[in-house]
Design a protein around this ligand. Structure first.
Ligand code: 1GP
Length: 241
């Protein structure tokens, strides 16, 4: 049986870098799905993440259903809420917002998710989610009512990530926020990477091949890009090897 997480671990062991495209069902035009899937298939993308902040119930499932026959990559839920748990995906990032102090996103939503997950075969991947300040308030900050960690607090970010690992998270996700003005600073990626034993995801505000490569070079194992693809389908061309 396919294990999305084991494949991530073996890629990490081989130093193969991974790229996830984030598709927000709320902003995606299903009429162009074939053209979009074709671009994905011809690109360096290795994973499809699906999720958003304000997605209507059923929208996620419809998008996954339409995408699955067209794309031969793991489809991983990156849910903004329990209503986005779609049983037809392959895996789910089971997020806990460990940079924040809002119990709702640390444990309450996760408890709410259990009865839904019980009726699925989704591979559940425990993920420590860490928001990093990027110069403007992002939707995820507003929705979760939490403060991101300031960019100068390197040790706090590194310790938060390590605490996540020690608590049993299997992935750490450093997030600048969708459409962030600035991506996660490279020195933060480096500081987190230094002590972390589990794979590191970095996302938010990455809009060029140079920024992608810099994130990899600094220690990201998986990079997530959403807005750049959403704004311009020609961004796929920029990512050619
Ligand atoms: C957001 O990290 C992802 O959760 C992707 O961000 O949309 O800015 O690429 P962008």
């Amino acid at each position: 049986m396919m294990s999305v997480y084991n494949d991530i671990l073996s890629a990490k062991a081989k130093k193969k870098k991974l790229l996830a495209i984030l598709i927000d069902p709320d902003n995606f035009n299903l009429n162009i799905i074939s053209q979009f899937a074709d671009k994905i298939n011809k690109s360096i993308i290795t994973h499809v993440f699906v999720g958003g902040s304000t997605v209507e119930k059923e929208e996620t499932e419809q998008l996954v259903k339409a995408l699955k026959p067209l794309v031969n990559l793991p489809i991983v839920l990156f849910p903004g809420d329990v209503t986005q748990i779609a049983k037809n995906a392959d895996a789910i990032l089971f997020l806990s917002l460990i940079s924040g102090r809002n119990p709702k996103y640390l444990i309450e939503k996760q408890i709410e998710a259990v009865s839904i997950l019980k009726n699925t075969n989704l591979e559940v991947i425990p993920t420590g989610y860490i928001l990093i300040e990027n110069g403007k308030e992002t939707t995820v900050q507003k929705v979760t009512e939490t403060q991101p960690i300031p960019v100068n607090m390197l040790q706090l970010v590194a310790d938060t990530a390590k605490a996540g690992e020690l608590l049993g998270k299997k992935l750490i996700y450093l997030e600048a926020g969708s459409g962030a003005l600035h991506p996660v600073p490279l020195k933060i990626i480096e500081a987190v990477k230094k002590d972390l034993g589990i794979p590191l995801i970095v996302g938010g505000g990455i809009r060029s091949k140079a920024q992608l490569d810099a994130a990899y070079y600094s220690g990201a194992d998986i990079v997530v890009i959403g807005t750049a693809f959403e704004n311009d389908i020609n961004f796929f061309n920029e990512l050619k090897l």
